[in-house]
Ligand binder design. Structure first.
Ligand code: CU
Length: 151
């Protein structure tokens, strides 16, 4: 999801700082490679912006669709389940531009349990915290939909 790595995701939160277990309003802007705010978004997969939130350690994951106003301000409300460091990825396509991902990170105050440890040997069998999983991947290709099966 690194994309071209040039778009920047600007993040403001209300309240600030962010605490786990309490709803927070995320106010986002995307700046393109030249530093201009992106105002006009193409609709991709039925939405203008796909916001993916992942905790470092990959144990918390959310996929939101922020509200986009005419000036390009993005808003979403989210309750971070635990403390820790989160990565925010805003997948979008500016009108007339290429599909790309703007990234930012956000520190969340609160209890931050260590993430389950999984050996990075997908696809195949995984072991972690008393759980065995069989993972199969279909259609794995950057930029397209992929199916991940977990048994
Ligand atoms: Cu989406």
């Amino acid at each position: 999801m690194q994309g071209h790595g040039t778009a920047k995701l600007m993040v403001q939160t209300d309240p600030s700082p962010v605490e786990s277990g309490k709803p927070v309003k995320l106010k986002l802007m995307i700046h393109d490679a030249r530093g201009a705010m992106v105002k006009d978004f193409a609709v991709v997969h039925e939405e203008k912006v796909h916001l993916i939130i992942v905790r470092d350690g990959l144990d918390q994951f959310a996929h939101l669709h922020p509200t986009v106003d005419a000036a390009g301000n993005l808003t979403a409300t989210y309750t971070f389940p635990t403390g820790g460091l989160y990565q925010l990825y805003a997948d979008h396509q500016p009108i007339g531009g290429k599909q790309t991902t703007a990234m930012s990170e956000l520190k969340v105050i609160g209890e931050a349990p260590p993430a389950a440890t999984l050996a990075p040997d997908t696809p195949g069998k995984l072991k972690g915290n008393g759980l065995d999983a069989e993972v199969t991947l279909k259609n794995v290709k950057a930029g397209s939909e992929a199916t991940i099966r977990l048994n």
